[in-house]
Design a protein around this ligand. Structure first.
Ligand code: BEZ
Ligand code: FE
Length: 312
């Protein structure tokens, strides 16, 4: 009788019967999550009323998505990206105080062991593309510069590919580097103008985008992971505001506050100083890191950590 305490399974009570079956779950969070997922899924099925054939096609889509996954290709993350779920989870987990730089998706092309380089280094190892210099200051929310902040940077080449997508064609660690801000919180490095590119679209997620009349492109951007003691690590991009895909990023990663200005500079003297051919591109972008938050034992109001609460 225990199994039937919610009543026999019917179209009307389907979700509650399934949720009731989980009453002895060992993990309260899992129980709560599965209750919501079950309720919403049953709600969707009731609204859609799929035919048996349509449901089978949905199952086969998920099957192909799983089969596409390898050590270096995560098709389920791409699915989450194009459905806007990656950006939603990012937003929920990175609510920032006023003035702090906003985060965006990490993406699949980060590598953790890029070389640490001196400020000003050129991360473009094959010198292909349009020269670009990037600079700025990393500050806290009170406007104070943060010395020794670490900036892990990566971007595509002029053809819209990351080095890891073109092993053997591009030098390893092309267009990647780790920099540390100086005593005034400043960073600068040289690179090339990044280009828009498609997310990997030769699998079921690409096919889905095609069927939905959507393109797979991301507007040109540079990736940054910025970290410093006492501050929340910031995973973000800066975007070329003039890119043709700036208003239709396939993964919804663009935020207004992350639009940089890419200026074309026609100054042969400066170009020469930078080791560039003239003209070149220049962008300046300052980042603001939020202080690390310490939660009290009851998980209540977040507190500023002592070192970040500023002068009293
Ligand atoms: C990226 O920006 O590298 C990226 C983000 C999400 C999906 C694919 C690529
Ligand atoms: Fe990217």
């Amino acid at each position: 009788m225990d199994d039937h305490e919610q009543g026999y399974f019917t179209e009307e009570n389907s979700a509650e019967v399934v949720i009731g079956r989980n009453k002895n779950a060992k993990d309260e969070r899992l129980k709560e999550v599965m209750a919501v997922v079950t309720r919403k899924l049953h709600e969707a099925v009731k609204e859609i009323e799929p035919t048996q054939q349509e449901w089978f096609e949905a199952i086969m889509f998920l099957t192909r998505t799983g089969q596409m996954c390898t050590d270096w290709r995560q098709e389920f993350i791409l699915l989450s990206d194009v459905l806007g779920v990656s950006m939603l989870v990012d937003a929920i987990n990175h609510r920032k105080p006023a003035g702090a730089s906003e985060s965006t998706v990490l993406g699949p092309f980060y590598v953790h062991d890029a070389p640490e380089l001196p400020l000003g280094a050129n991360i473009c190892l094959d010198r292909k593309g349009e020269d670009m210099v990037i600079s700025g200051i990393v500050r806290d929310t009170a406007g104070r510069p943060i010395p020794n902040a670490k900036l892990d940077v990566w971007q595509t080449n002029d053809d819209g590919f990351y080095d890891v997508q073109q092993k053997g064609l591009q030098p390893d660690f092309n267009l990647r580097g780790v920099f540390r801000t100086d005593d005034a919180g400043r960073y600068w490095f040289r690179a090339v103008k990044p280009r828009f590119y498609p997310i990997p679209d030769d699998g079921p997620v690409g096919q889905l985008l095609g069927k939905l009349g959507r393109h797979p492109f991301r507007p040109a951007h540079l990736h940054f992971i910025i970290s410093a003691n006492g501050f929340q690590t910031l995973t973000t991009h800066i975007f070329d505001p003039d890119d043709r895909y700036i208003d239709s990023d396939a993964v919804f990663g663009v935020k207004k506050s992350l639009l940089a200005t890419f200026d074309k500079v026609d100054d042969s003297q400066r170009a020469q100083q930078l080791g560039f051919s003239s003209p070149f591109w220049e962008t300046t972008f300052d980042f603001v890191l939020a202080a690390e938050v310490a939660r009290d034992v009851a998980g209540e109001a977040p507190q500023l950590s002592e070192s970040q609460s500023g002068p009293s």
